[in-house]
Design a protein around this ligand. Structure first.
Ligand SMILES: Cc1cc2nc3c(=O)[nH]c(=O)nc-3n(C[C@H](O)[C@H](O)[C@H](O)COP(=O)(O)OP(=O)(O)OC[C@H]3O[C@@H](n4cnc5c(N)ncnc54)[C@H](O)[C@@H]3O)c2cc1C
Length: 409
């Protein structure tokens, strides 16, 4: 029987695995390998930091969820992919190394949060990108007595060569991998300190390694700047973070911002397991270049989905789900199941929530890619969109089958 390995189990990997299973049934053996037995709903980790959700509510037990749908699960940390001999080498929880053959592999192990590139991160850095970071920030916020808070993203170490085989305008150059969580967290901090009656004691500065939210249209950026103006949030562009100190942060040029609490989306780089893999599988940043069907431009039996794929810019859940679905549909056809393969068309779709003030900003924008859709809407009802997104993901255990409809609401 054809054997398909799916590496990684968040938006990209889970969408690919569930969709493929739905399409091909028992025609193929599908096995997911993820470094942890648990997967977490990342878009609600900022909610954990401000205390409106608990990590446990966002946890999926893959060892239970996947076999229930007829998909095998193996906990293991991928060390490398040997694309020439169609093998994945991974370490099992007991420390032993396993080599597993595949007919097809779908790579969805995401990008690497390169905290090691930020000096002082271990001592003074805070984030919301993983459950343990969000929990640590939650404790710090509880104790925070006032002062300067900075929030921004580290640089994005994007690959450029070789390029994906797709229209050039689909893959713009990006200074930051994804600033949506920064925008969301900045709104949330305002709500958090307002609720605590401490707004007069905190000064929030948002910074960006390039032009903030450069993936949105000039009108949407203007709308964001106006929201920040009303909330008293300062905005600093072109600040490429290098170091976090006890009371300041420093960029690559030596510029400083006062900061008693430094929250950051760490620099994004290629996943070490991919950098360790067959060299011509990846680009110079450690991401896998593919065509529009998510097939590697070098290895016909390798697919890449989500943040691991060089094609997805910015690194967005919406694009991870789209690429996961397309890879599964394309592979199903190769396995003899005729089905429509969706077309990849990048659009930025996300919702920046501010639950403590009862609203969210919903964004839909394709102007970065040459389109003319540009919506940035602040409304109470948008908060419900984020709630629905969270509940739906948890209810289906990460199977975003209705995502197209959710995103169009
Ligand atoms: C705080 C935050 C909030 C966000 N909010 C939104 C949002 O509201 N909407 C939106 O569209 N996007 C959002 N994003 C972006 C979105 O979360 C990512 O784009 C998306 O998670 C990418 O999915 P992925 O499956 O490609 O990769 P990942 O989410 O990075 O998942 C990779 C998976 O592979 C596993 N893995 C990694 N390395 C290995 C290895 N060596 N071996 C085995 N397993 C491995 C990981 O444990 C993980 O399960 C947010 C991002 C952050 C950081």
């Amino acid at each position: 029987m054809t054997k398909v390995l799916v590496l990684g189990a968040r938006f990209g990997g889970l969408t690919a695995a569930y969709t493929l299973k739905r399409l091909v049934g028992s025609t193929a053996e599908i096995k997911v390998i993820n470094q942890s037995r648990f997967s977490y709903f990342r878009p609600a980790l900022p909610h954990v930091a401000i205390g409106v959700r608990d990590v446990e509510e966002l946890k999926i037990d893959l060892a239970q969820a996947l076999p229930e749908k007829g998909i095998k699960f193996q906990e293991g940390k991928v060390q490398k992919i040997d694309a020439r001999s169609s093998k994945v080498i991974y370490t099992k929880p007991d420390g032993s190394t396993e080599e597993e053959d595949y007919d097809y592999v779908i790579v969805g192990i995401g990008a690497h949060l390169a905290t090691e590139l930020v000096k002082g991160w271990d001592q003074y850095g805070y984030s919301v990108c993983e459950p343990e970071f969000a929990t640590k920030l939650r404790e710090r916020l509880k104790d925070f007595k006032g002062g300067n808070i900075t929030i921004g993203s580290g640089p994005f170490y994007q690959g450029h060569n070789p390029k994906p085989k797709v229209p050039e305008n689909f893959v713009p150059n990006a200074d930051s991998a994804c600033e949506g969580p920064v925008f969301e967290m900045s709104l949330m901090l305002h709500g958090y300190f307002k609720k605590k009656g401490m707004l007069d004691k905190v000064h929030i500065t948002v910074y960006s390694p390039g032009e903030y939210l450069s993936d949105l249209s000039p009108q949407s950026r203007k709308a964001v700047a106006s929201i920040y103006g009303q909330l008293g949030i300062k905005l600093v562009h072109n600040f490429r973070l290098k170091e976090v100190r006890e009371h300041e942060i420093v960029d690559e040029k030596g510029n400083k911002l006062e900061s008693d609490l430094s929250i950051l989306l760490p620099p994004y780089a290629g996943n070490p397991a991919l950098k360790n893999s067959t060299p011509d599988l990846i680009d110079d940043g450690g991401f896998i270049p593919t065509d529009l069907n998510m097939v590697s431009i070098k290895y016909d039996n390798v697919y890449a989905v989500g943040d691991s794929n060089a094609l997805t810019v910015p690194k967005l859940g919406y694009l991870a789900v789209m690429t996961g679905r397309i890879a599964a549909q394309h592979l199903a056809n190769r396995l003899g199941i005729h089905t429509k393969v969706d077309s990849y068309y990048p659009t930025i779709v996300c919702v920046a929530d501010n639950p403590l003030e009862g609203y969210a900003v919903s964004v839909k924008d394709d102007t970065w890619y040459g389109g003319n859709v540009s919506v940035a809407e602040l409304a109470a009802v948008n908060h419900l969109k984020k709630e629905l997104f969270t509940k739906y993901f948890m209810w289906t255990k990460g199977d975003m089958a209705l995502e197209k409809f959710l995103a169009s609401w």
